[in-house]
Structure formats: C-alpha cells, structure tokens
Design a protein around this ligand. Structure first.
Ligand SMILES: CC(C)(COP(=O)(O)OP(=O)(O)OC[C@H]1O[C@@H](n2cnc3c(N)ncnc32)[C@H](O)[C@@H]1OP(=O)(O)O)[C@@H](O)C(=O)NCCC(=O)NCCSC(=O)/C=C/c1ccc(O)c(O)c1
Ligand SMILES: NC(=O)C1=CN([C@@H]2O[C@H](COP(=O)(O)OP(=O)(O)OC[C@H]3O[C@@H](n4cnc5c(N)ncnc54)[C@H](OP(=O)(O)O)[C@@H]3O)[C@@H](O)[C@H]2O)C=CC1
Length: 338
C-alpha cells in the first residue's frame, strides 16, 4: 500500500464529508484524508462526547476538521454536513443483529446520505458496505470465487436472524438504486472483518472478536471461517476509489481467509503468554471450508494488502497500548479494563 499509488493528486482545496467519523474505520479514513490535505466535515452523533476527542488530535485536524452533529435519520443534519462538499464517505452504520436497531438507520440513513449528496451535487459517494452483503447464500458453493457480482440472499439472512447482514445488503442495494435515480456517482468498498490499530478509545466489534481470545473469555473457538483485512488498507481503499476517476461499482477489500483454528494458532505464536483457546467448540463436523473472496479489482488498481499476521499483531499491540488488554508475561495476568 502506498498513497502515491492514488492516481489523481492530493486533496488540497477539496472538502469531503465522512459519516460516523469517530468510528474505527472512519477515524482512519479521516486520518488519511487529513494527511492528503483534504478539509473534512465529520458527522458524529455527539461532537462533545469524549469518544470523539481522538479526532481533534489527528495531524491537520486543528485547521481542516470540523465535527457536525447528525444521526443517520436526521436528514437536515446530514444535509448541512454534506453541503459544500466535493465528496462523501458514508461509513456510519449500526452494527447489531437487533433488527429494529439495525435495518431502519442503515437503510434510511443511507438513502438520506444519497439524497443529500445529490442535492449538494458531490462528485462521488464512497459507501462502506460489508462482506455480509456478499457471502450469505447457502446455495453458493464454497468452491466458487466470490467476487463483486455476488449478493447475500435476503430471505436466508432473515431466516437465520442475521439482521446485520440483511441491513447492510438492503442498504447497499438501496444506495445503488437511489444513486442511479438521482445521478449520483457511487462506489462501494466491501471489507470482511477489519483488524488493526484503533484510534478511538474503545474497542469495536471486529477488534472485540480478537480480544476475547486473549482475555480468557473464549474457552474454545468456533468452527467457522472469516476473511480479514487491515484497517489502514480499508481506509486507503476508500481514498483510492475516491481519487481514481475510472473506479466504478463494488470493490471487495479482503486480504485472506482464516479458519478460527488458524486464527488462534497465529495469535498463540505471536502472543504465547495469553490464555488462547486450543479446542474447537464443534468436535463433530468437519472443518468449515474457506470462501474464495477475490480482491482482484482493487489489486488491479495497485492495492497492496498487509499480511494477516501483521494485522493481528497490530490489533493486539493497539489493545495493549490503549490499556484495554493487559500486557501479560504469564497467562494469569490477562485482563480487561472495559
Ligand atoms: C462478527 C462476528 C465475526 C463476530 O464474531 P465473534 O463475536 O467472535 O463470535 P463468534 O466466535 O463468531 O461466535 C460465537 C458463538 O456465537 C455463534 N454465532 C455467531 N454469530 C451467530 C449468529 N448470527 N447466529 C447464531 N449464532 C451465532 C457462533 O456459532 C459461536 O458459537 P460456538 O461455536 O462458540 O458455540 C460474527 O458474529 C459474524 O460473523 N456475524 C455476522 C456478520 C456480522 O455481524 N458482522 C459484524 C461486522 S463485521 C462485518 O461486517 C463482516 C463480517 C464478516 C462476515 C462473514 C465473513 O466471511 C467475513 O469474512 C466477515
Ligand atoms: N469493523 C468491521 O469489521 C467491518 C465494518 N464494516 C462497516 O464499516 C462501517 C464502520 O464500521 P466500524 O468502524 O467497525 O464501526 P464502529 O462501530 O467503530 O463505527 C460505527 C459508526 O457509525 C455510527 N453510527 C451508528 N449508528 C448510527 C446512527 N444511527 N446515526 C449516526 N451514526 C451512527 C457510530 O456513531 P457513534 O459513535 O455515535 O455510535 C460510529 O461512529 C460500518 O458501515 C460497518 O458496517 C464492514 C465490514 C467489516
């Protein structure tokens, strides 16, 4: 990954909006945008909340970052933030399997962003989707390559109570439909589980997924596979597709897939002093097979991915630096301060 790979110049003189600016991925997008010289209008639900204070410490923030109060269902708040912008990075979303808390804000919030972007006549909207909008289809063989043409099966998501994947799929579909109708140039980035250093003070869901294997709270690992990617690479991919005029459509942004058994093995090798589980919770079924995610579209644009070992290493070191995970020299000292 090298920002020089981005084809069209820097962001000086350009103003962009990032929704949910204080979140894990969005904070990294804001950081990279400021480093590129952009002026950033970040939306947060509460600009005075200490959980957003890290944004003000970013290089360039003092002169080129402003925070705007906006809930996803507050059209006027989003409109005020997006007004005068050249581009929008729509990253805010609930992350929950509670249908009521997930679907309405994810879907109608995304529609609000597209409408406000159309009214502001922005050059491009980059939407943070999820592999959850791609892979959930029981009828797709795990032997076929999963690329940007794949969509999750909405009925399957509903029937299995995967309301997060349902909400992200409907939100992305709605974004495409509305963007077409309103003449908005939309590009989507589709990450799997995102790892790496947190800029915000607390864990998000994907870093919590690693934390539980070091804190002693997970006594076994599940018989499942997930793909992983470094947060810096995800943020970079957002800038890359924003700044590359020819970019279009969806971009899967995935480095590699690991069975949970492989994940805990890497963690144990890197951090042998933590109480990392060695037993699978499913001793009956064969090991779950990997999905074959393709990030070829991004690689063709010059994207280089951080190896998964480095992503996991950076995640753990960051949790230690933030004081969320105790630094252990023997197993018994692993602790959570959350
Ligand atoms: C997000 C994670 C990975 C979190 O995992 P984590 O908290 O570590 O839990 P876990 O270890 O997977 O599961 C713990 C147990 O709960 C069960 N469980 C997990 N999710 C569910 C569910 N939706 N319904 C029923 N049981 C569940 C597991 O079977 C485990 O049981 P056991 O085997 O220990 O008995 C998981 O809940 C999940 O895949 N959820 C669906 C997607 C989602 O909610 N994502 C949130 C943001 S991340 C995102 O957007 C992308 C996720 C993604 C999905 C598929 C990929 O292949 C991939 O690479 C990445
Ligand atoms: N982390 C991952 O592994 C993956 C994440 N994604 C997607 O990336 C995006 C960011 O995820 P991530 O950074 O991990 O998540 P975080 O939970 O760290 O950030 C989510 C952000 O969305 C904001 N938000 C949530 N609900 C609302 C709402 N109703 N109105 C306004 N803002 C809201 C939150 O604001 P507040 O601080 O006020 O709560 C927060 O800033 C999401 O769209 C997610 O679906 C996709 C694939 C994988």
């Amino acid at each position: 990954m090298a920002l020089d790979n981005v084809s069209s110049g820097s962001g000086y003189g350009k103003t962009v909006c990032v929704t949910g600016a204080g979140g894990f991925i969005a904070s990294w997008i804001v950081k990279l945008l400021l480093e590129r010289g952009y002026t950033v209008k970040g939306t947060v639900r509460n600009p005075d909340d200490q959980k957003n204070a890290h944004l003000k410490e970013l290089e360039g923030a003092k002169d080129r970052l402003t925070l705007w109060r906006a809930h996803l269902l507050d059209f006027q708040g989003l409109k005020d933030a997006i007004s005068g912008c050249h581009g929008v990075f729509h990253t805010a979303s609930p992350m929950t399997n509670d249908a009521e808390k997930m679907v309405n804000p994810a879907v109608n919030g995304t529609k609000n962003v597209i409408i406000a972007a159309a009214e502001a006549k922005v050059e491009r909207v980059v939407f943070t989707s999820s592999i959850g909008a791609v892979y959930m289809d029981p009828n797709r063989s795990r032997d076929v390559v999963v690329d940007e043409s794949c969509w999750s099966d909405l009925e399957f998501c509903k029937n299995t109570n995967n309301w997060y994947c349902y909400g992200k799929t409907v939100a992305e579909l709605a974004a495409w439909e509305l963007a077409k109708e309103k003449g908005v140039d939309l590009v989507t980035v589709v990450p799997p589980l995102v790892m790496g250093p947190i800029l915000q003070p607390t864990m998000n869901i994907s870093t919590g997924h690693i934390f539980k294997y070091l804190s002693g709270s997970a006594k076994s690992y599940t018989n499942d596979v997930h793909a992983y990617v470094h947060v810096r690479d995800v943020a970079f991919a957002h800038l890359l597709v924003y700044e590359t005029p020819s970019a279009s459509g969806r971009y899967i942004c995935s480095q590699s897939s690991l069975h949970r058994g492989e994940l805990v093995e890497i963690l144990a090798r890197l951090f042998p002093n933590y109480p990392i589980p060695t037993k699978c919770s499913d001793e009956i079924n064969p090991r779950a097979k990997h999905y074959k995610y393709s990030s070829q579209k991004l690689k063709d644009m010059g994207m280089e991915f951080t190896p998964v070992e480095q992503s996991l290493y950076d995640t753990v070191i960051s949790l230690q630096h933030k004081g969320i995970l105790g630094v252990v020299h023997t197993k018994k000292y692993a602790s959570s301060k959350l």
